[in-house]
Design a protein around this ligand. Structure first.
Ligand code: PLP
Length: 492
């Protein structure tokens, strides 16, 4: 029990170590790993001590520190952390809706409804979906549903008997329809969308950016229509609802409805990767957030949405979610070729689909419970306030960079006001000195006081600060960030 109490203190208290483990702690942890499986077991107490004393000191502060700005890691709110421990202790399997056996599917379904409320998505058309291991898995669900749907549409257009990839196979359906493939059209899609296309037999090389020449984030609508009108391929359009380097959006309310109309005209599926960008919809109506809100406006028009739980929702790894306006398509793709014992038996409560028929896994962790707990703990306004702090910190850092002689904020902006207006919770920048810029992320991270991602923008190295942790304290963290950035820009 003492071990658990120690652990609880670490997870809830302020993080005082560096954001990365020391080289000594890494080496010590590595040296402590057994070479082979021991013949006899050790006591529980000694296993616990080994994990806490040898292994844990070599973890990083990715989720626990407020100053880890690499990737988009989020943290774990106290309510979510509590619920996650309950999930482990009770070890429920959320697979089949069996209302007389357990409440877990009801809770999961309820949590989906609460998320829809958070994101202002109308329950009458969106109340379905599932929890996944993250946005990558949700993107696989989205493209899989899209692939099923666009080929069914193509079959209808050609007057060919209903074709289902889930039932008959991709190759068979494409051959029957005389098509050469499925393509995914996007603007600067996240790498996981490309991976999803690889997994699904669409092919990574069939994911294409259809960007405007003057703005790589936005669709070239003329070119998009040209691609959609091809007769040799069917198309899925994927909206980068939050581009991962800049945190900016591919659409605004009005061009999203243009894209929707094009998709309807040509029978394309419209997917939104809103891993973090969907959170733009939780912001209040204040003018400060108008540009960000605008970026996720109209998302209710798409066919499927990817969201991440372990990023801005601040629940523990791993957790993502997926919604679609076409639950019938999801079950055509994911139905578990039915073992009779897996069908739900009772008419109690709402009609809730069995998770195993609408997603990838059969047996699943009860990852809805931390989401449910955190949503109840914060409510709408709590999440608004949390995201508000993250945005405020990002804007203060951008403002400082804009005025600093050694740094350039990206994408390049003509005025500070325009830059700040567009800023969500990411800060992209580079150093003006090319040599310094080559090593900038290492220099910053070597401080171990904060961590940034090294990335590239316009073909040159850049750094990204992604602010996603519930622990953000604007003034405290701003002071730390500018101190590290100022020192990192000093001449060697
Ligand atoms: C992080 C991210 C993903 C991948 O999410 P995982 O949770 O790591 O699977 C996909 N899309 C976008 C836009 C992201 O930011």
């Amino acid at each position: 029990m003492n071990h658990l109490q120690d652990l609880w203190k670490v997870a809830q208290g302020p993080w005082e170590s560096g954001v990365l483990p020391s080289a000594e702690n890494l080496a010590r942890a590595r040296a402590s790993l057994p070479a082979t499986l021991p013949e006899t077991g050790s006591s529980l107490d000694s296993v616990q001590r080994h994990i806490l004393d040898d292994i844990a000191p070599a973890f990083n502060g990715g989720s626990i520190s407020a100053n880890y700005y690499g990737f988009i890691t989020g943290g774990a709110t106290p309510a979510a952390l509590f619920a996650d421990n309950v999930v482990s202790a009770y070890d429920q399997n959320v697979q089949v809706h069996l209302p007389n056996h357990s409440i877990v599917t009801d809770v999961e379904y309820n949590a989906i409804g609460l998320l829809l409320d958070l994101f202002r998505l109308d329950r009458s058309s969106w109340y379905n979906g599932t929890f996944t291991t993250g946005a990558t898995a949700s993107n696989i669900l989205g493209l899989a549903c899209g692939r099923e749907y666009v080929l069914q549409k193509a079959a209808q257009r050609k007057g060919i008997q209903q074709q289902s990839v889930g039932e008959e196979g991709l190759f068979e359906v494409l051959s029957a329809l005389g098509l050469s493939g499925v393509q995914v059209l996007s603007t600067l899609p996240h790498s996981s969308l490309v991976k999803a296309a690889g997994v699904l037999g669409i092919g990574r090389s069939n994911v294409r950016s259809i960007c405007r020449a003057d703005d790589p984030l936005r669709f070239d609508l003329e070119q998009l229509e040209k691609e959609l009108s091809r007769t040799d391929k069917v198309s899925i359009v994927a909206i980068s609802c939050g581009e991962v380097n800049t945190g900016r959006f591919a659409t605004n309310g009005s061009d999203l409805s243009d894209v929707r109309q094009l998709c309807d005209k040509y029978g394309a599926w419209l997917h939104a990767d809103g891993a973090f960008g969907i959170f733009g919809r939780i912001l209040d109506d204040s003018p400060d957030f108008a540009a960000v809100r605008n970026g996720s406006d109209g998302i209710e028009l798409v066919d499927s949405i990817t969201g991440d739980g372990h990023k801005l929702l601040n629940v523990p790894y791993d957790c993502g979610f997926f919604f679609t306006r076409h639950p019938d398509v999801a079950s055509q793709v994911f139905q578990n070729a039915n073992a009779a014992y897996l069908t739900a038996g009772s008419s109690q409560g709402p009609s809730i689909p069995s998770p195993l028929n609408i997603g990838i896994e059969n047996s699943r962790r009860f990852r809805a419970l931390p989401v449910y707990a955190s949503l109840l703990s914060y409510g709408k306004s709590g999440y608004q306030e949390m995201l508000g702090r993250q945005i405020k910190l990002a804007r203060k850092i951008y403002e400082w960079l804009f005025d600093h002689p050694e740094y350039t904020p990206l994408p390049q902006a003509s005025s500070k006001a325009e830059l700040l207006d567009q800023t969500f919770m990411s800060v992209l920048f580079r150093a003006n000195d090319a040599e310094l810029n080559q090593n900038l992320s290492n220099r910053i991270n070597d401080s171990s006081r904060m961590f940034v991602s090294g990335t590239s923008w316009d073909g040159n190295p850049a750094c990204r600060i992604a602010i996603s942790n519930w622990r953000v304290d604007v003034e405290r963290d701003f002071a730390l960030v500018i101190d590290v950035l100022a020192k990192s820009a000093e001449k060697l």
